[in-house]
Design a protein around this ligand. Structure first.
Ligand SMILES: [Zn+2]
Length: 78
């Protein structure tokens, strides 16, 4: 009776390993812990550094297409 339990346990263990192996083969080399995560990459941060233009007069970075916002900038019209 005890030997039967060992055989059943061994079969279940083998099935579990087979399941993990097939799952990894289908999903690639990702770890099982990552399967529960959302597959989409995280959203990009709202920082738009590429759209900032450095003011040649005072060196302040401002959004592209907007006037310099520095109060003491020479290019700022009074
Ligand atoms: Zn400026």
């Amino acid at each position: 009776m005890f030997g039967l339990l060992v055989k059943v346990f061994a079969i279940l263990l083998a099935l579990g390993l087979l399941y993990v192996t097939v799952k990894r083969a289908l999903l690639g080399s990702r770890k099982p812990a990552e399967d529960n995560k959302v597959q989409t990459p995280p959203p990009a941060p709202e920082i738009e550094a590429d759209d900032l233009i450095r003011c040649p007069a005072c060196g302040t970075y401002n959004p592209a297409g907007m006037a310099c916002s520095a109060p003491d900038c020479p290019t700022r019209q009074p």
